[in-house]
Ligand binder design. Structure first.
Ligand code: AMP
Ligand code: GLY
Length: 433
């Protein structure tokens, strides 16, 4: 089959790496891709928001199946356009991608279908939002309704902060039109987990769970990022918890979306708080997590591609995916300054020494893959950093501490003076022992 993957991040490198290994794949393209993806796929310079150019490319290149990585083209309706053009694609339609595209929709949807989530109010009027905040007290969470690249959430410890958040999102439009409406919700206490299920419209099968590290600094301090590292399995999601999440959150969502004429196909990524009462939905994403996808593909023993096709074709009913028991862990290397301003075009050396089949994995211990995010090559073939999150150094090994040691050895073998990483990935799992 001829496959196109859409996107350019670490998640898309992980997807390309897995899809390239499938015996079903005869040709693999990625739009627009990055320097690491170029080792697995033919990169084509089409921006992921140029939906018409993407559809044209799939026709010209006789693509059989498209895998859409990021949320923006899904929310914009890429899968609808591909389907209309007769091209099969993995991911939800725009009508179903609203689960990520509108937090207010999702909160009301949870209320309609009795899916556990924090108590909330939704507001288009600043004064009404402020009155609700004064009434509820703190801590409280203020969120822009729309897509804000993971940044539209403010956790307020004081009423002052919460009121400021309302003004910054709604009056000053800190996140643009994403802040035309806001959700204000109760602060949940517990441990967070990322839960993934493949959905074919009717059936859902759980994938493995992971934990992300959203804050930029060691010990979970500092501003939120897209994710500084991940590991799987997540000890807080054991088999019993996974069953509860499927029964209380994922399955009612799949049934509810179908009943509301928003049939969901693709991957449902539930951002959860595991509270004392059980799992509570923080947010839905309608795509794989980044960097969670990197650890998932390392743990997946089965061929990923047939599972993605079965999701698109409504054939997941008896589908079985097999996983390695071994834990996997990703350390994200980011440009110094991220998630604020950072320098571009700094040179990275020695990546080829640690990643891939010819790498120094044997020496390091454990199996290492370096998934690229914001990278490119200059005319001389040197690897340059051109984004905030740049590399996802991923290891799979016999234990979480072995995986961590292998990943950090690989990180230390990479020569990039302008990059940094967190040094405590998986601390929660390691603390549990
Ligand atoms: P979101 O973009 O909705 O995933 O929110 C970003 C982060 O804010 C989450 O990963 C949580 O750490 C935190 N967060 C969001 N909503 C809540 C909540 N209701 N209670 C506690 N923490 C939250
Ligand atoms: N790692 C969190 C996300 O992909 O949204």
């Amino acid at each position: 089959m001829r496959i196109l993957v859409v996107g350019s991040g670490g998640r898309e490198h992980a997807l390309c790496w897995a899809i390239a290994a499938s015996p079903l794949t005869s040709a693999l393209f990625c739009a627009p891709g990055n320097a690491g993806i170029a080792d697995e796929a033919t990169c084509v310079p089409i921006a992921m928001d140029d939906l018409d150019a993407l559809v044209r490319f799939t026709r010209d290149e006789e693509i059989d199946f498209v895998v859409v990585g990021p949320e923006a083209p899904l929310v914009a309706g890429l899968v609808d356009k591909l389907t209309a053009a007769g091209i099969k694609a993995f991911g939800p339609t725009a009508a179903a991608a609203i689960l990520e595209g509108s937090k207010a929709f999702t909160k009301d949807f949870c209320a309609r279908h009795a899916i556990p989530t924090a108590a909330y109010g939704r507001f288009t009027d600043t004064e009404a939002a402020k009155a609700y905040i004064r009434e509820q007290g703190v801590p409280i969470v203020v969120k822009a309704d729309g897509l804000a690249a993971g940044k539209g959430v403010i956790i307020a410890e004081t009423v002052e902060q919460a009121l400021e958040a309302v003004d910054s999102i709604m009056a000053d439009r800190a996140f643009g039109d994403a802040g035309l409406e806001i959700v204000v919700e109760a602060f949940l206490v517990g441990e967070e987990a990322s839960f993934f299920a493949l959905v074919d419209g009717t059936n859902a099968i759980p994938l493995v769970a992971a934990q992300d590290h959203k804050r930029v600094g060691d010990g979970d301090v500092g501003p939120n990022t897209g994710g500084m590292g991940a590991y799987s399995p997540a000890p807080v999601v054991d088999a019993a918890m996974s069953e509860r999440i499927m029964a209380e959150i994922i399955e009612p969502t799949v049934r509810g979306m179908a009943a509301e004429d928003r049939t969901f196909k693709g991957v449902l990524f539930a951002g959860l708080m595991i509270t004392e009462e059980g799992p509570s939905l923080i947010e839905y994403n309608v795509r794989f997590g980044d960097p969670e996808c990197q650890v998932l593909v390392m743990r997946l023993m089965s061929d990923l591609l047939p599972a993605l096709i079965a999701s698109a074709e409504g054939q997941l009913a008896h589908f079985d995916l097999r996983w390695f028991d071994e834990p996997a862990l990703t350390v994200v290397m980011a440009a110094k300054g991220y998630p604020g301003a950072y320098e571009k075009n700094t040179v990275i050396r020695n990546v080829e020494k640690v990643g891939g089949p010819d790498g120094a994995a044997a020496e390091i211990g454990g199996d290492i893959q370096v998934f690229h995010a914001g990278t490119t090559r200059d005319g001389d073939g040197r690897l340059l950093a051109i984004g905030g999150r740049v590399l996802g150094v991923t290891a799979i090994a016999g234990s979480i501490s072995d995986a961590r040691d292998a990943a950090y050895k690989a990180v230390d073998a990479i020569d990039w003076p302008d990059g940094f990483c967190r040094r405590d990935i998986a601390w929660r799992a390691l603390e549990r022992g």
